[in-house]
Design a protein around this ligand. Structure first.
Ligand code: ADP
Ligand code: ZN
Ligand code: ZN
Length: 806
């Protein structure tokens, strides 16, 4: 048996399959999708078995054997292996980088493994029991292998394959499994029965507890025993009596631990929901792939449609993936899935520890769950019978991974949907222009829910021209009408969400006399002012310096902080509104695990009048008492050098506006802006997505941007400025020579941030309508530059679907 292995060496030069011999020992367990250790260039490296075969054109004598098998059952399914090849073609990433991205972090590095005897009672007297020397576990597979002989190893492998033994990674102490004290029966069944009889009259609680512990599987923590009506005192007494004994139990690191989730029932759908649901359901029932775009205004009940469609998928014995942006993966959102599907849901988001993420992944792999709700990387959930993939807030930029492999969750989901013949449902109140254009052309199917449920009105949106406020002498960061509106809410015991749009709103310092702005000495970018440490920091390389008292250029002492942070807003709010209670949510207050959740819970209980925050409060909040949403600096990201700036502004403002008046009480939205005439802001006022779409599409056509054209971005960086320019020129010439005439190659130009960490950055943009040879030509370019990247300091990155224009 010969294995084709992709080795974990991050280099273009070895980005191909290598043949290895599979030694006798692993023949029975080796499978495609397993990770292995192999000797490579004189050292052991990790690799993925992507194919098994019987022959090789190479000299068998020279073939090296696989050193060890890391996964005894495959980590990746055949479908995921195939998906990796497709993604490699379009993202141009290293094969191994994609394979690794499909696995939870804990599995990306090597870990120690232990062996567990799954049914010790059934193994009494077997050879296998002897291998375990009477214990239930072998703590280190690696150590055990060293001292075991060949037949013993073969026996163990067979047992693993037969499901008698389980291999578990031993996660490091920080991620270690949670252990709790637990009680089990130590007396024999006969002794226990006798005890029960004796105590029946005198101590009935002890008697009934003893009866419950008669069951083989009874191994309960104090909490679990309580659920069976057994108190801690009774547990202790029975232990003293020798009926029970104390031991340990591994608790699954359930992210919902300690939270009661009350089950809920499907709601009766409104007509528009029903129509959308029926379309999805028809595809589920007929096992047909199609991509559907559900445009439903905020509060139109999209989530209920998702939930009921998933129910159908589960009823059909299949599985569902639900992707939500990290930022809206709020406890509130997850709870809705928990309430409907209970423990059949796995949750994957970045707040989980490595160990927790791994646990969730195992649940999916072991088919203990039917649904996963997670951020971008959950698109790789190793389900093998998918019936539906949902992408909520499909327009979110976070679905695109901005480091290699630069995949987009949407395209990845569609590839999986094609494979499993299942629908992919994209949902949004403000679809990306790309998706909406596709739906208009009939490539995707368009579903629309134009109204909020329960005949709720969309909130009234008012634009406030901050230039006028200034003219009228108001120098505060709040307009008179916003102040008044917040005051009114406090009086009425209603709540306000207030968003400070900080994206693109740099908080730099500037000399008011000469205009000097401190810059990073390694990167061509302004330093950011950090209030807490009174320092200036670079957000790209981490460089820090102390806050200058005087301008280094002109010695003026009028060197001051520009821009606004949430802390500053909070201070101002307290000055303006007497006795106001504020909950602030930003990176500083949500750094600790679970703090996000705590703050939202507190707000939900009415412990604050105002929830003040950055973008992270724009999504997913659903509190009945919010009747006012305010936005400070609505246009702050309108002027970024990015063709999607208007689209992002419209999307964000629509999201925030959607937080107000979602239940009985009508909502109001106040947007403060310096560009009250820009269509990305005025169309929010009319809740008019299609009007915004039409105008923005015109702009894209004029500018030659997506969705009219496709873009690819090539970036070259070098510590030497002239080399950076030279190689980018070379690359541009290479591309121009090989791509079709209609394709335009722009550049080389300096990147919007021309230097990061002392590396000079140049770029070329490729713009095209149809370029079938593109991926091939880009591959060739990578090959052509490969000797240079290996030898010199040159770095080349290619993004075939760029989202960050910086
Ligand atoms: P969206 O995801 O489109 O913003 P949600 O699914 O959060 O909307 O629904 C908004 C509100 O309407 C929620 O409080 C939800 O419980 C409620 N809702 C949704 N569908 C129904 C229905 N069919 N009947 C009654 N209430 C509903
Ligand atoms: Zn100065
Ligand atoms: Zn820097």
């Amino acid at each position: 048996m010969i294995a084709e292995v992709i080795v974990d060496v991050p280099s273009q030069a070895v980005d191909r399959r290598f043949d290895y011999l599979v030694p006798e020992e692993f023949i029975e367990t080796m499978a495609e999708g397993c990770r292995v250790h192999v000797p490579f260039a004189g050292r052991p490296v990790q690799g993925f078995v992507v194919h098994l075969k019987e022959t090789t054109p190479l000299d068998l004598q020279k073939l090296k054997p696989v050193a060890s098998q890391i996964d005894l059952s495959p980590a990746l399914t055949p479908e995921l292996l195939q998906l990796a090849e497709k993604l490699k073609e379009t993202t141009l990433a290293l094969h191994v980088a994609i394979l690794k991205a499909m696995l939870p972090q804990a599995m990306r590095s090597s870990y120690k493994k232990r062996l567990l005897l799954l049914r010790p009672e059934e193994e009494k007297g077997t050879d296998l029991e002897a291998l375990f020397s009477g214990e239930a576990a072998i703590d280190s597979l690696e150590d055990w292998r060293k001292q075991a002989d060949e037949p013993q190893r073969a026996l163990m492998m067979r047992a693993v394959r037969a499901g008698r033994v389980q291999v578990e990674p031993v996660v490091t102490t920080r991620d270690a499994a949670k252990k709790r004290v637990a009680y089990r029966r130590s007396a024999t069944p006969e002794e226990t029965a006798l005890f029960q009889k004796e105590q029946e009259k005198r101590a009935p609680k002890q008697a009934s507890a003893a009866a419950l512990f008669q069951h083989e599987d009874a191994l309960w923590t104090v909490d679990e025993a309580k659920q069976h009506g057994i108190s801690k005192a009774v547990l202790e007494t029975l232990t003293e009596q020798g009926i029970l004994e104390k031991t340990e139990k591994t608790i699954s690191r359930d992210p919902f631990e300690g939270r009661e989730v009350a089950p809920d029932q499907p709601m009766e759908l409104f007509a528009a929901q029903e129509e959308a649901f029926n379309r999805v359901d028809a595809l589920i029932q007929h096992r047909k792939h199609k991509t559907l775009l559900l445009r439903g205004v905020t509060g139109s009940g999209k989530t209920e449609v998702y939930l009921q469609a998933i129910e159908k998928v589960i009823a059909a014995g299949r599985e569902a993936i639900v992707l939500v942006p990290e930022i809206s993966l709020t406890p509130q959102m997850v709870l809705r899935f928990r309430a409907r599907f209970g423990s059949r849901v796995a949750v994957m988001h970045s707040a989980l520890s490595k160990g927790e993420k791994y646990d969730e992944w195992v649940k999916i792999r072991n088919k203990e769950v039917d649904v996963v709700v997670g951020a971008r990387s959950a698109v790789f959930a190793p389900f093998e019978n998918l019936g539906l993939i949902i992408i909520d807030e499909e327009h979110e930029a976070s679905y695109k991974q901005e480091e290699s492999p630069r995949y987009h969750a949407r395209t990845t989901a569609i590839l999986r949907g094609e494979y499993y013949h299942c629908p992919v449902l994209l949902g949004s109140a403000t679809p990306s222009l790309e998706s909406y254009a596709r739906a208009e052309k009939g490539v995707y199917e368009m579903l629309t829910m134009a109204d909020r449920v329960n005949d709720l009105e969309m909130p009234e949106v008012k634009l406030i021209d901050m230039r006028k406020e200034l003219h009228e002498g108001n120098r505060s960061m709040f307009s008179e009408s916003l102040k008044e509106a917040m005051r009114l809410r406090m009086e009425n015991k209603e709540q306000t969400v207030l968003m400070l749009n900080r994206r693109g709103y740099s908080s730099f310092i500037m000399c008011r006399d000469c205009g000097y702005v401190p810059q990073c000495i390694h990167c061509d970018i302004s330093l950011t002012y950090h209030r807490s440490s009174q320092s200036l920091q670079c957000h790209y390389c981490g460089y820090q310096e102390t806050l200058p008292q005087r301008c280094p250029e002109c010695e003026s002492s009028h060197i001051r902080f520009f821009g606004t942070g949430t802390q500053k807003v909070e201070e101002e709010l307290r000055k303006e509104l007497d006795g106001v209670r504020i909950i602030r949510m930003d990176v500083d207050t949500t750094r600790q695990k679970g703090s996000h959740e705590k703050l939202l819970d507190a707000f939900g209980r009415g412990e604050a009048d105002i929830l003040l925050g950055t973008q992270m409060i724009a999504k997913g909040l659903d509190f009945p008492n919010i009747t006012l949403a305010g936005v400070l600096a609505a246009d702050s990201m309108l002027h970024l050098p990015d063709f999607r700036a208007a689209e992002r502004t419209f999307q964000l403002l629509t999201q925030v506006a959607g937080r107000a008046g979602r239940h009985k009480k009508p909502g109001e939205v106040l947007i403060q802006t310096y560009s009250p005439e820009h269509y990305s802001i005025t169309e929010v006022q009319g809740h008019n997505y299609t009007a915004f779409y039409e105008k923005e599409m015109q702009m894209r056509r004029f500018g030659g941007y997506p969705p009219y054209y496709y873009l690819s971005m090539l970036q070259i960086s070098h510590t030497d400025l002239s080399q950076a320019v030279r190689f980018t020129e070379k690359a541009a010439a290479f591309l121009r020579e090989r791509l079709s005439e209609k394709t335009v190659v722009y550049g080389p130009t300096a990147s919007p941030i021309p230097r990061i960490k002392d590396r000079y950055r140049y770029q070329c943009m490729i713009k095209y309508k149809a370029e079938p040879r593109l991926y091939h030509v880009l591959q060739e370019l990578m090959k052509a530059l490969q000797p240079e990247t290996a030898k010199t300091d040159l770095q080349l990155t290619i993004d075939t679907n760029p989202y960050m224009m910086m």
